[in-house]
Design a protein around this ligand. Structure first.
Ligand SMILES: Cc1ncc(COP(=O)(O)O)c(C=O)c1O
Length: 484
């Protein structure tokens, strides 16, 4: 561990103009100055009044749309949306902690066992259920590929993986702001394997890895299994990892890698602005610290714009971009990928060492769905449905949880982060809710130090129904009892 180092004045990047404009209109809507149904000034008028380019105006409107504050009506302009009910305030920033060994596995096992029980109302899981995913279309694609390529069932597809799939993923990467060739990619068994191999490639046992806090427990399990230590960096519910804090910690500790989910991270749903992504990549490149970027939720933006991957700012191959379609298409097919940058060779070697090859038929099926455009069609519907479920669950929380509860306002993804007032122990809440037939994810599993004990994550992963509504309200009532 390096000694204490002096901390310079934190650099404050100027707020981009589009965020300033969107922020002003968001405040006017929150304050009721602009009411549901009111029309916003036209794009031309904003362009003239704000003295900014048309594309800046469009970015500001896209931000408001993604926040669920306005909606575009064809040929009429942008209008303030009706809100079900003003959502509770957003969570505050978590506190600082030193690097620690990770030990969340037993707790996590309790949570995912509960999440797999069909009799239980599923607010504890984070994978859209089959009612939201195109199971029938996938079954047809599987049958067609098996017929067309019977050898896919018997042949290994050695690393780096099926060329056609890598080609299709490289094409999609343009949408993430990345120019990748098929040969830059290695196919993996889901994003989980991609992140695990990335950590194996860059961090020796005992090394310190910086993670967002709260963060996805699967990443914590990988860190635990690899004998690494986690350094928790506070994560802001809107903007993601606190980069001033990260910079100060990198000056203080020897860090082997940073793991981040910049787009709609699990569990907060935060989305790092482009300026911050660029700063993160630059900060790590200057120190030659690799960034393991998990972009598994990027496709689930509620607004029309798919956020860029931090990888798109990578100039020296230091970003290992990991992804999969597990949240948006087919978690069961277990297909993921990595663009490992300058670690490409080592990554491929480790993939081979770990399990030789990714299954061939699922790779063919995903390549087919991407090639034929079915994925994009499905994604448009899925994003709108997830947004609706998130809004409804948020409204039910506002109505049924104890006063003082805070809730995240994600712009994408499929969950809400709820901070309960007082010192409610959400492990106890988890047990009581499960006894009553509802699963939730207690905050402690999202942190190696089991911080966030008074928080829960609610998965918004099945179509809205009375059963789901009743489940949320039941958790709210139980939380109220535990608080009192
Ligand atoms: C941030 C994050 N990464 C990875 C995964 C798992 O991805 P996969 O199923 O592709 O292995 C999850 C699942 O919840 C996740 O939340």
């Amino acid at each position: 561990m390096a000694g204490e180092a002096s901390q310079g004045t934190p650099r404050e990047p100027a707020t981009p103009k589009y965020l300033q404009i969107a922020g002003r209109y968001a405040r006017a809507i929150e304050a009721g100055t602009l009411r549901p149904g009111d029309r916003l000034p036209s794009v031309r008028r904003l362009h003239a009044e704000e003295r900014v380019s048309i594309s800046t105006v469009m970015q500001a409107l896209a931000r408001l749309e993604a926040q669920g504050l306005v909606e575009a009506r064809p040929k009429s302009g942008y209008f303030v949306r009706a809100r079900v009910r003003a959502p509770p305030p957003q969570p505050a920033r978590p506190a600082r902690r030193a690097p620690s060994a990770v030990g969340v596995s037993a707790l996590v096992a309790r949570v995912y066992r509960a999440a797999g029980d069909p009799r239980v109302v599923q607010l504890g899981a984070a994978i859209p259920t089959s009612a939201l995913l195109p199971a029938r279309e996938l079954a047809r694609a599987i049958a067609a590929e098996a017929r067309a390529h019977p050898e896919a069932q018997v042949d290994y597809q050695m690393p780096p993986g099926l060329p056609e799939l890598r080609h299709q993923v490289a094409r999609r990467a343009l949408e993430w702001g990345c120019t990748l060739a098929a040969d830059d990619l290695v196919i993996t068994g889901g994003a989980t394997e991609a992140v695990t191999l990335a950590l194996l490639a860059v961090a020796a046992p005992g090394a310190v890895v910086a993670v967002e806090s709260p963060t996805f427990y699967g990443t914590l399990k990988a860190i635990e299994a690899l004998g690494l230590k986690a350094l928790e960096i506070p994560c802001h519910p809107e903007d993601g990892m606190d980069l001033d804090e990260l910079e100060a910690r990198l000056d203080r500790y020897k860090v082997a890698a940073v793991v981040s989910v910049p787009n709609f991270n699990n569990p907060l749903g935060s989305c790092m602005p482009d300026l911050a992504k660029a700063r993160l990549v630059e900060m790590l490149a200057a120190r030659r610290i690799p960034l393991v970027e998990d972009d598994i939720f990027g496709d689930l933006a509620f607004g029309p714009v798919r956020p860029r991957a931090a990888k798109s700012w990578d100039r020296d191959g230091g970003v290992i971009l990991c992804g999969s379609l597990s949240k948006s298409l087919a978690p069961g097919l277990r297909v993921g990928w990595a663009a490992p940058g300058r670690f490409r060779e080592r990554f491929e070697h480790l993939k081979f060492a770990l399990n030789m090859a990714a299954p061939t038929l699922p790779q063919r099926v995903i390549a087919r769905v991407l090639r034929e455009g079915g994925y994009d069609r499905h994604l448009r519907t899925l994003r709108a449905r997830l947004r609706e479920i998130v809004e409804r669950v948020s409204a039910a929380v506002a109505e049924s949880f104890p006063p003082g509860t805070r809730v995240s306002r994600p712009l994408g993804g499929c969950f809400l982060w709820v901070v309960l007032p007082g010192q409610v122990d959400t492990l106890e809440l988890f047990t009581r809710a499960l006894d009553a037939g509802v699963s939730i994810a207690p905050g402690a599993i999202f942190s190696p130090s089991q911080a966030h004990r008074s928080c829960i994550r609610l998965g918004c992963i099945e179509p809205w129904s009375e059963r789901l509504d009743a489940g949320v309200r039941l958790v709210g009532r139980l939380a109220g009892r535990l608080e009192g």
